[in-house]
Design a protein around this ligand. Structure first.
Ligand code: 7RM
Length: 656
């Protein structure tokens, strides 16, 4: 489709579909289609969560659903279960031959892994780990590419009761070392290398560099993925494939207390060392399986589900591994980049495997928009029946594009708000019930209590804006920060007291009580006394036909408090010139108001993003204010900052 036809289509759809109800046929077959779930769960949240927990297999029943001693909370007290048993063993009788993962390597090879295959691999690996001295409570670090051995390693740990700490394969040796040391991991599971955009990522080399500074590591188990030559430390390094092949295929799943630790996952705060987010077993498994089944409307017999995140992030933990496997889903596991060998790789996978549910991030959607509709247009995507998004606010234009050009104009799109800390989705539509509004996460999941409050903690009410808070714990929420409970209290409960969890995000409530998530509160600007979120200005900018992507920051301004600086990536065929600059300022004035007009606009080919695709505005703020750059270790595209800085030089010079 020609670029201007796409523009016209989107414009028309935005007008026509400000809201829309679940399609009747979708609602009729949906796992949840009666709005009474909301009122029931609100009346008796414990009963709702208990019913959701009943979907799991428990070795011993719980006595108490929730014990809340703010800011701490425990769930399903006395209950015993095992996460790996719930993800594997309980499916074997009926569905051992069902595919758990269709794995697709970036270079093109494939593997089909049934529940029974995965069970065998996990039991063998649990025996290997056990022989290496890994016991319940010991921590195991995992640094692997997106290969089937990654979920297998997580589940082998879960089977033993040894918390895993997965470190994303794109992280450096230094990041890996810090994370291993913080959790004092005993064993590291890694690979010789992984593939990304046709290149080999030298995982073993990074691991060697890291482990040199990790006194707690006894052994390094190495999966041979690329079969390239790697350095080998005899005695410490062990061949994963050889040991697993030789190990026994039986290993009992250890009964874990509901509150035993399942895993640690590190998330970087804005400053300081990363926080080890601690998730436990019973509540987490309840939350992820419930949300996965209900929000993605999973039909395990027929759906082919694809969450295109990396397992190294919480999205992958909850919605590639634990949620889908607990529900007996068939998933796609793709190792590589979306543009390898070409920009239609995802769409050829959707077509070939008949993917029915796709879950991805706004940054990916905006990239696909930038690449144009020819790539998805070449493929039959009619198998898709539900789309999801997570990770950042999605601008309405991207939402509508996603639904139209990927979802064929018919699929519900679920915009799901949650965090590493919350473990599972918290604010989201239910696709068989909720009227959708592009750009809104809509309402809290049943059994979840959210509000928007002002600086003092008073509800702002419908039509107001302020800070998002959660008023009651949900079972999948984290329990603490590993080794630093004081930081747990200080970061999340100091602002509004121990009963109110403060996620750090800004939000608005509209007249229907819908939540509009505005991103991190550090990303809210104060322009001449008005609170304007960077997201609102960005959304207005990308709404312009010449713009592919935009990031906005506030720069300290002696007169106005903050003045708005926009970093804008024009679409491929568009020139970032003075005329476009004038046009954009007018456009923002028209869409939001004069007050939100960027004072300066810097055109750039790319924006600084974290490895999970979130725009790092804090670094752009450093650039805009002419400061030295803060921590750049989680950045995926560091060189772009030099380029942006050169272009932005005039900005800071002017006022000084
Ligand atoms: C799952 C994940 C959490 C932060 C969160 C928000 C932002 C996530 C949405 C969103 C608007 C959404 N975990 N965020 N989802 N903002 N709408 N649907 O991303 O720990 O890596 O990040 O991401 O700011 O606090 S995370």
């Amino acid at each position: 489709m020609a670029e201007k036809d796409v523009e016209r289509t989107i414009e028309a759809l935005l007008e026509e579909r400000r809201t829309f109800d679940p399609p009747a046929e979708f609602a009729a077959q949906a796992n949840l289609n009666d709005a009474a779930v909301y009122t029931q769960a609100e009346k008796d949240a414990d009963a709702w969560w208990a019913a959701e927990a009943e979907h799991l297999d428990w070795f011993e029943p719980w006595e108490t659903v929730l014990e809340w001693t703010p800011p701490h909370h425990k769930w399903f007290i006395g209950g015993k279960l095992n996460a790996a048993h719930n993800c594997l063993d309980r499916h074997l009788d009926q569905n051992g031959d069902r595919v758990a993962y269709h794995w697709i390597g970036e270079p093109g090879e494939t593997r089909t892994i049934t529940y029974s295959d995965l069970h065998t691999e996990v039991c063998r690996l649990a025996n290997v780990l056990n022989d290496l001295g890994v016991r319940k409570g010991d921590r195991v670090a995992i640094y692997l590419p997106m290969i089937p051995e990654l979920p297998a390693a997580m589940l082998a740990c879960a089977r033993i009761g040894a918390p895993h700490s997965v470190v994303f394969g794109g992280f450096s040796a230094e990041s890996l070392r810090d994370r291993i040391n913080d959790a004092e991991c005993k064993v590291l599971i890694t690979a010789d290398g992984g593939y990304r955009r046709g290149q080999v990522v030298p995982l073993k080399q990074n691991a060697d560099e890291a482990v040199a500074g990790c006194p707690s590591i006894d052994h390094v188990l190495v999966v041979k993925r690329t079969n390239e030559d790697v350095a080998w430390t005899d005695g410490r390094d062990l061949d994963y494939g050889e040991l697993v092949a030789a190990a026994g295929a039986d290993f009992p799943a250890h009964p874990m207390d509901a509150e035993d630790m399942l895993y640690i996952l590190y998330t970087s705060g804005t400053t300081g060392k990363p926080k080890g987010i601690v998730h436990t077993t019973g509540g987490y498994m309840t939350g992820v399986s419930s949300t996965h089944r209900n929000i993605f409307d999973l039909k395990p017999e027929t759906d082919v589900y694809w969450c295109a995140a990396d397992i190294g992030w919480v999205t992958g933990h909850s919605y590639i591994v634990y949620g889908p496997l607990a529900n007996g889903a068939t998933s796609i596991l793709y190792e590589g980049a979306p543009d390898f060998p070409d920009k239609d790789r995802w769409w050829s996978i959707v077509e070939e495997y008949g993917v029915t549910i796709l879950y991805t991030a706004p940054t990916a959607i905006r990239t696909f928009m930038k690449w144009g509709t020819d790539y998805p247009g070449k493929h039959d995507l009619s198998s898709l029946r539900l789309l999801g998004t997570v990770g950042e606010p999605i601008n309405p234009e991207a939402w509508v594009w996603y639904q139209e050009f990927i979802g064929g104009g018919k699929t519900p799109v679920v915009d799901t708000w949650w965090q590493t800390e919350t473990g599972a989705i918290m604010i989201t539509p239910l696709p068989g019930i909720t009227k959708l509004k592009p750009g809104s996460g809509t309402t809290p999941y049943p059994g979840t209590f959210a509000d928007v409050v002002d600086e003092q903690g008073n509800s702002v009410g419908r039509g107001g804006g302020g800070y998002l808070v959660l008023k009651r714990p949900a079972p999948a929420m984290f329990r603490t920060i590993f080794g630093d409970d004081q930081r747990y209290r200080d970061t999340y409960f100091a602002k509004y007291g121990n009963e109110t969890y403060f996620p750090g995000d800004g939000a608005k409530l509209d007249e229907d009580g819908y939540f509009w998530l505005l991103g991190r509160v550090d990303d809210v600007m104060n322009v001449a006394g008005h609170r304007i979120s960077t997201y609102e200005v960005e959304s207005a900018l990308v709404d312009h036909k010449g713009v592919a992507e935009a990031a906005v920051v506030g720069r300290k301004d002696p007169r106005e408090g903050e003045s708005i600086v926009a970093f804008v990536t024009p679409k491929a065929s568009v020139d970032g010139n003075d005329e476009l600059m004038r046009d954009l300022r007018e456009h923002v004035a028209r869409v939001i108001g004069k007050i939100a007009r960027p004072q300066s606009i810097v055109f750039t080919d790319d924006l600084p993003k974290t490895r999970s695709g979130k725009i790092m505005r804090r670094l752009l703020r450093d650039v805009a204010e002419g400061r030295e750059l803060g921590d750049v270790t989680t950045l995926q595209n560091a060189p772009i900052l030099d380029e942006i800085r050169t272009k932005a030089e005039g900005l800071t010079g002017g006022d000084e």
